[in-house]
Design a protein around this ligand. Structure first.
Ligand code: KG4
Ligand code: ZN
Length: 337
């Protein structure tokens, strides 16, 4: 089955054609980063206007890149939340209208389940069920126990900032621009992670909740306490901050694998592009006798191929959406004991 995936939850307008939930026929991502950079973060009203401009050309490009015509698309999957309502509505309404006009099935997909499905696209070896996955992005950070393509149990999540959000805020403090994850990752590789010690926010060590706001404040305090010298130490600040984030993320994921008795780990979401995290989780998983799946860099950030992959499994299970379906802004997953 050839699915058209559409993603517009934040600042990327994306469309992809995916066959049978695994084979990417095309994937087009139109980023708005340049537009929002001047504001140091995503401006919701500007984002939705840009999605309106981009949605038709992006879908058109995805269909052409696949060497197909729109009449060969058999179903549509679209992000229904969480995200910015104005942005979500652009992709969602477009998907509804297209499916209605073409009389093909369509389904709304949770963005977070989409990220988890980036692990099943044919560019990587897919994880075996059941597995535990760390999903870390700009809007969300949590650990899930995944038992099938449609069965996800949230084990814990951040109580304040998402990991990517903490990267972005620290980058802003250091005047490194937006988004901050990639640049801090690069600077961290040139710094000494032991030069400056930042706190590890483990909260309850046996639970899977996270908190990154204290760590972010600790970096801010360091900057305020060293106004004349911190600029010469930017690499060490980046390395010390990244070391603290990676320590916590890896510890919690390995713990989750132990508690859930899983030998299979995975990492997904924008922060999964982090080189320090990728290297560390590979090493620690090996020591714990586990294997780890991480998507290629091109599929860590927001894209529509992951939405098509997740939608394929819902459609296969008989789920379809109707014209009354609506978007939502906040994550609907509840932590299970
Ligand atoms: O998944 P994503 O593209 O969008 C959301 O669903 O939020 O994630 C974007 C986030 C941003 O906060 C960005 O700074 C972070 O992922 N990010 C990184 C890296 N590349 C992107 N964080 C740490 N290290 C990276 N290399
Ligand atoms: Zn995302």
């Amino acid at each position: 089955m050839i699915l058209l995936g559409i993603e517009s939850s934040c600042d990327e307008t994306a469309a992809a054609l995916v066959a049978d939930g695994t084979t990417i026929l095309s994937s087009v991502v139109s980023s708005q980063i340049e537009l929002h950079r001047a504001y140091g973060g995503v401006v919701p009203e500007l984002a939705s206007r840009k999605h309106v401009e981009a949605i038709v050309p992006v879908v058109d490009a995805a269909v052409r890149q696949a060497g197909l015509s729109l009449s060969q698309v058999q179903a549509v999957a679209v992000t229904k939340g969480p995200g910015l309502i104005g942005s979500l509505l652009v992709g969602f309404t477009f998907a509804k209208a297209l499916a209605y006009a073409r009389k093909i099935p369509w389904v709304g997909v949770d963005h977070l389940e989409g990220h988890i499905h980036s692990l099943f696209l044919s560019t990587s070896t897919p994880p075996l069920f059941p597995f535990v996955v760390l999903l870390a992005s700009g809007g969300h950070t949590g650990i899930y126990h995944v038992r099938s393509h449609t069965d996800f149990i949230l084990l814990g999540q951040t109580r304040d900032d998402a990991a990517g959000e903490a990267y972005d805020k620290v980058a802003k403090m250091l005047e490194l621009g937006y988004p901050g994850g990639g640049v801090i990752d690069r600077l961290a590789a040139q710094g000494n992670p032991a030069a400056i010690h930042f706190p590890r926010p483990y909260l309850d060590k046996s639970a899977f909740d996270f908190s990154f706001s204290g760590l972010k404040s600790a970096v801010n305090r360091y900057i305020l306490d060293h106004p004349d010298t911190y600029r010469q130490k930017i690499n060490d600040i980046a390395a010390g901050f990244q070391e603290a984030v990676v320590d916590v993320l890896c510890y919690k994921l390995i713990q989750a694998a132990k508690v859930k008795n899983c030998r299979q780990l995975a990492v997904a979401g924008g922060v999964a592009a982090n080189q320090g995290l990728r290297a560390r989780i590979q090493a620690q998983a090996g020591q714990a006798g586990c294997s780890v799946c991480i998507p290629p860099l091109s599929l860590c950030g927001d894209n529509a191929a992951m939405i098509a992959a997740a939608g394929y499994h819902y459609l296969k299970a008989g789920k379809q959406d109707s014209l009354e379906a609506d978007v939502y802004s906040r994550s609907i997953s509840k932590i299970c004991p």
